[in-house]
Write a protein that binds this ligand. Structure first.
Ligand code: ADP
Length: 169
């Protein structure tokens, strides 16, 4: 049964939720493309206590702010709880998710169906640019941890924060 939205969502406003620990060129490609499709795009960092993050939510928000500065219709936020509640609070009718491979799809489909059922919020899947289909934040962290070059995968500011953080650990 549909839970009726508290605020009528604006289909022209979208939310890109995720962990972004840290943001990669794969994420930025999706944000840029979402910005072509929607008037306002919220990039929202999810506080997920069960994931062991390298960067705090505040640090991830700060890196997102710096790396999306050229995207004029992006807004950055963080949230706890249900993505549909965040969407309703900000009048967004659509969740945008990047899909890298078929293996991403089963889980993404379940989540999309759940979010539609709970809040009437649609999910739009954007297929990853093949340049980034192998790229994930965890892989970038692993490569950086062992001294590998992550410059093709993340913006310079993220690369330097990764090196600095991993040196401290
Ligand atoms: P989550 O924990 O929600 O999967 P992520 O930070 O890993 O958070 O991903 C956030 C969003 O970005 C998801 O929609 C994910 O599919 C997408 N994404 C992650 N990596 C890439 C990539 N390399 N290319 C395109 N989209 C990606």
């Amino acid at each position: 049964m549909l839970r009726s939205p508290a605020v009528k969502p604006e289909a022209r406003h979208a939310v890109c939720p995720g962990s972004f620990d840290p943001v990669t060129y794969g994420h930025l490609d999706i944000f840029g493309r979402a910005c072509q499709l929607y008037d306002e795009v919220w990039v929202a960092v999810f506080h997920n206590a069960s994931k062991n993050a390298l960067f705090s939510v505040e640090e991830r928000v700060e890196l997102l702010r710096e790396t999306t500065a050229d995207l004029t219709n992006v807004k950055i936020a963080s949230f706890q709880g249900l993505t549909v509640d965040f969407c309703q609070k900000h009048g967004a009718g659509v969740i945008v998710r990047g899909v890298r491979a078929a293996s991403d799809f089963d889980y993404e489909l379940q989540m999309a169906q759940m979010n539609y059922g709970m809040g009437g919020i649609e999910t739009v899947f954007i297929p990853t640019n093949p340049l980034y289909s192998f790229l994930s934040s965890s892989m970038v962290k692993d490569v950086a941890k062992w001294g590998g070059d992550v410059s093709p995968h993340v913006p310079p500011v993220v690369q330097s924060r990764l090196i600095e953080r991993l040196r401290q650990d």
